[in-house]
Design a protein around this ligand. Sequence first.
Ligand SMILES: *Cc1c(COP(=O)(O)O)cnc(C)c1O
Length: 368
Amino acid sequence: MTDLLAPRALTFSVTKNLAARSPQERDEILANPGFGKFFTDHMVDICWSEQGGWHRPRVQPYGPISLDPAAAVLHYGQEIFEGMKAYRHADGSIWTFRPEANAARMQRSARRLALPELPTDYFIESIKQLVAVDADWVPMADGTCLYLRPFMFAKEAFLGVRPAHKVAYYVIASPAGSYFSGGVAPVSIWLSAEYSRAAHGGTGAAKTGGNYAASLLAQQEAYDNGCDQVLFLDSREGKYVEELGGMNVVLVYKDGTLVTPDSKSILEGITRDSILQLAEDRGHKVERRNVSIDEWREGQASGDIVEAFACGTAAVITPIGLVKSNDFEIGSADAVAGELTMSLRQELTDIQYGRIEDRHGWLTRLDA
Ligand SMILES: *Cc1c(COP(=O)(O)O)cnc(C)c1O
């Protein structure tokens, strides 16, 4: 859609927040940020219209967005987002991980949701602009980061059902503490029998809010059954493993092979892709194919499957201890984290935090 219109110069106007938090207030927040609770002093905003293409890129004070009550997103959910992190290295420099992959995925999500595609250079520049004004919000402590949330939605005030002619793109940022302050403990996951996350031909491969809305009730069911997360199967046969509400799944076999579901209705995680690359670099075989829940169940019972983990940007890698359903259980709630799981986690985070060589060229510097 937008490629027909040459993007304008990448000149962001910057309006400083005169009510920015004091260094002391900021330090208090950074001492214990949790996840997704506090936001930095600024945000990025770029407009798109059918006639004008992408225009008015700006950095402005963080604050409420004014929307017409008829804005299409509020009625028909035309929205997409991304999730990535800014990491502070030991020398103080600030980096992010594979932003071109997030940009490309946001373009794929945009196509599926009939939204305009934000060019990759705009996407990456938007992240750099925000981190430039809010650099002091990137925490230093081990395992912490600044979580970045780019998102795009239909803001045209129109109740007819068609792709909106006016769209907004924003980036907000939220400091995040170490996800596992008490060590990496395996989680229990609930196998949803009744609900699907995404349908064949639906929006499962797009990072769109609607997929999350569809997962909330099943997530609630997981909590009610004493589990931390929900695992979804394919919507057609209810047989093949897809993913968790917001994380991909990988199984480790005793011969060292890593197996991950291949499906058009799962979200292609950048964390998963990177971990599988690291495993291949170590000589492990990697298979992307259908995996039935029976294969997982029988494999774990026979000792063929020795580790299972979930992965995504927020938590990086979470070992899966137990899968629980109405009819059976796989594994055990007090399983210990798998050895390969933990060493891949260590290697990936060592690259992200600049502790070992970035041999794949995955890092982009944000503060220079
Ligand atoms: C974002 C997301 C993931 C993980 O993707 P990463 O790029 O690794 O963060 C997995 N599944 C779903 C449904 C997601 O929304």
